[in-house]
Design a protein around this ligand. Sequence first.
Ligand code: NAG
Ligand code: NAG
Ligand code: NAG
Ligand code: NAG
Ligand code: NAG
Ligand code: NAG
Ligand code: NAG
Ligand code: NAG
Ligand code: NAG
Length: 673
Amino acid sequence: MAAGSALSLVAAAVCLALAVLAPAVSGDGATLESVPDLVKAMYRNIESFPCVRLLNLSGEIGCSNPGSEKIIAPIVRFKKGSDHLVQPSTVLLPLDQMSDFFLRVSNNPEFHQKVSGVLIESNGANNNLQELSPDRKFPQDAFAPYSNRSHDWNPAGSGIMWNRYDFPVFLLSEESTQTLREVSEKNEKTDNGYKANVAEFDLIMQTTKAQTHDSASCLKEHSCLPLGGHSVWASLPPIKNGSAEHQKPIILAITSQDSASFFRDRSIGSDSPISGLIALLTAVDALSHIPDLSNLKKQLVFAVFNGEAWGYLGSRRFLHELDEGAHSVNGINSLMIDQVLEIGSVGQAVIEEYPSFYAHAAGNSSASKKILDALQSASKSLGSDNVKVKQAASSNPGVPPSSLMSFIRKNMSTSGVVLEDFDSHFSNRFYHSHLDNPANINSSSIAAAAALAARSLYILASADSVVDLMTLNTIKVNVSLVKELVGCLLSCNPGFSCDLVKSFISPSSSSCPSHYVGVFLDDPSGTQFPSYADDTSRFVWNFLADRTSTSVGNKSSCTGKCGDEGEVCIRAEVEGGGRCVVSTTRYVPAYSTRVKFEDNAWHVLPANSSDPMGVVDPVWTESYWNTIGLRVYAVQDSTYDWLILLAGLSVTTASYCAVHVGRAYISKVVKRD
Ligand SMILES: *[C@@H]1O[C@H](CO)[C@@H](O)[C@H](O)[C@H]1NC(C)=O
Ligand SMILES: *[C@@H]1O[C@H](CO)[C@@H](O)[C@H](O)[C@H]1NC(C)=O
Ligand SMILES: *[C@@H]1O[C@H](CO)[C@@H](O)[C@H](O)[C@H]1NC(C)=O
Ligand SMILES: *[C@@H]1O[C@H](CO)[C@@H](O)[C@H](O)[C@H]1NC(C)=O
Ligand SMILES: *[C@@H]1O[C@H](CO)[C@@H](O)[C@H](O)[C@H]1NC(C)=O
Ligand SMILES: *[C@@H]1O[C@H](CO)[C@@H](O)[C@H](O)[C@H]1NC(C)=O
Ligand SMILES: *[C@@H]1O[C@H](CO)[C@@H](O)[C@H](O)[C@H]1NC(C)=O
Ligand SMILES: *[C@@H]1O[C@H](CO)[C@@H](O)[C@H](O)[C@H]1NC(C)=O
Ligand SMILES: *[C@@H]1O[C@H](CO)[C@@H](O)[C@H](O)[C@H]1NC(C)=O
């Protein structure tokens, strides 16, 4: 063997050793078999809930990436005392500092610039926070039918959800809070100032891309949609159509079904307002067992409004449809509405000897005196299950923020009362925050309010005739129904997957219930058979139709329409469950009276002084977005990068000499043959 070939053999061996060793430097032992595996190992997706961008006629609120690029920034845990940021960072923020932090960001543009993104820790079950409310001290004050706007209905309110933030913000789940704390601790341990663990935010908003910064321009450019959904009303007993029979005055019982929060999909609203919704549904259930309701002097009508948290969309649109005599409100008209009883937040009754509620009457309380009297009689009739009602303090400027405001603004002499669990200030310390969860309410309080409401409504519907005490005393609420509804509408488990909801609808979401209103997608004219309506609205519609129905109509199963005008098809989404029943239950669209759907697009209408609430309507819209994402991963610090470079170089050298030596060797072998 020639000396040359021996040399090349040695060189080949060295090259081979280098080539084998080089990858071992960068491999960290895990066996990765595919690209998705690799991505999974490198990036951790973090369970979290975003704050999104909303717009109104004058500007923007909420959160968004500043541009149309993803944001990547190292994670730093924010602590009291060491709260300055050296470089643009992802701030991991303890929940108890949320309000202070966002107020500081809004007041300090320099600080705002150092914040690349915010991750809010979840407090978990051992929550010892005393209060948290991102809404204002007087929520939606512009709609109040009185001029004193300095009253603090919501003393805990910080107002932070109404500001604009040019960085993404996410609420973490309990589990991901743990993960992020570990990650930020790792970052703290590196003393060379290099933060290896970063968060990558994908919260790119279409309105930012399209440069449309208010509702009018984004609707025009199709980068947003108006907030809205579906309200539901039902009458007990059903209203006969077409008959010349004299129509009775209406006792209207109302409540709302939507809430708000800093984080779109964590708008649970247990006390405000879902406790009131549960009380209303239970009251309807209780009243539905009474025979001969059609003999009463007045007609009971129940309405559940959607979009109330965003400019009283549901109640205002309902009144607007009444004015227009729209199909959705066929059978009733606004002149027939005699008295209005709203069930507000009733999940935290003041417990003295008995649970106590406060009745807030419209400005001129003499017009509402009959409702107050009915509440007192109902309270007395409950005997040993006594529930107390007090008249709210006369020092209050008027009714608290409620749907009743729409009715009063419409007609100052409306006689109406709102039933609440507070007098001058909300007892809910977590108004419009994700902490207004089932732990924030007591189901016996809701059951007490339901009993009170059911009996008061019966008394009001009996009008001036003598109340049938025998019947009155048979009106009893089903306490297990209250508990079941709390589980279905407020808790994550079972949530909408509970048996009661599944007996009526096939829920589209299996995650924790959230009562954010959403956006109004399609043409509002096809409201009775909406192509989409949220789970809560569809459940409420089916539940009310079922409980207010007099008799089962056509025995054959249905899927949508029923043959008879006075019938509706309930449980249509449930496999083989659709049945026609005689009931007056209808959807009413809930969207701003200041927008109009025309030529396949939404347009903002000019303010009309004959619609005073429309004049002050901010016209809320939500920006489009594609996917929202948050992930966390480690980037290597520079020493490590050098090592990788070295390894890479050696691989290159190794392959180069392998090729070179190999070629020389082969050519020799070939020549020799
Ligand atoms: C509308 O958005 C602007 C701009 O961010 C904000 O200042 C204003 O308070 C919003 N209007 C209402 C009624 O919340
Ligand atoms: C407005 O309400 C606040 C708090 O209830 C009260 O202190 C104030 O005197 C009222 N202002 C007017 C002008 O009535
Ligand atoms: C009620 O009756 C009127 C006229 O009789 C009819 O035009 C209308 O469609 C009916 N509506 C319902 C919901 O039954
Ligand atoms: C209050 O309402 C009653 C009856 O509806 C009416 O007689 C009275 O004039 C009203 N008072 C005020 C101050 O508006
Ligand atoms: C306002 O309400 C009063 C009392 O219910 C009623 O008499 C009056 O007709 C209503 N006015 C309008 C314009 O609806
Ligand atoms: C709910 O209120 C009742 C009194 O009405 C009280 O006995 C019970 O302990 C309360 N439950 C909770 C969880 O606070
Ligand atoms: C009370 O509600 C529960 C739960 O929905 C139901 O199973 C039960 O039959 C109801 N009881 C009565 C007497 O209606
Ligand atoms: C029952 O309803 C079905 C479908 O809705 C319809 O085809 C049928 O004619 C109805 N029968 C009667 C007796 O109304
Ligand atoms: C304002 O509203 C009234 C009543 O709804 C309507 O008659 C009028 O045409 C509207 N004016 C404008 C300019 O839209």
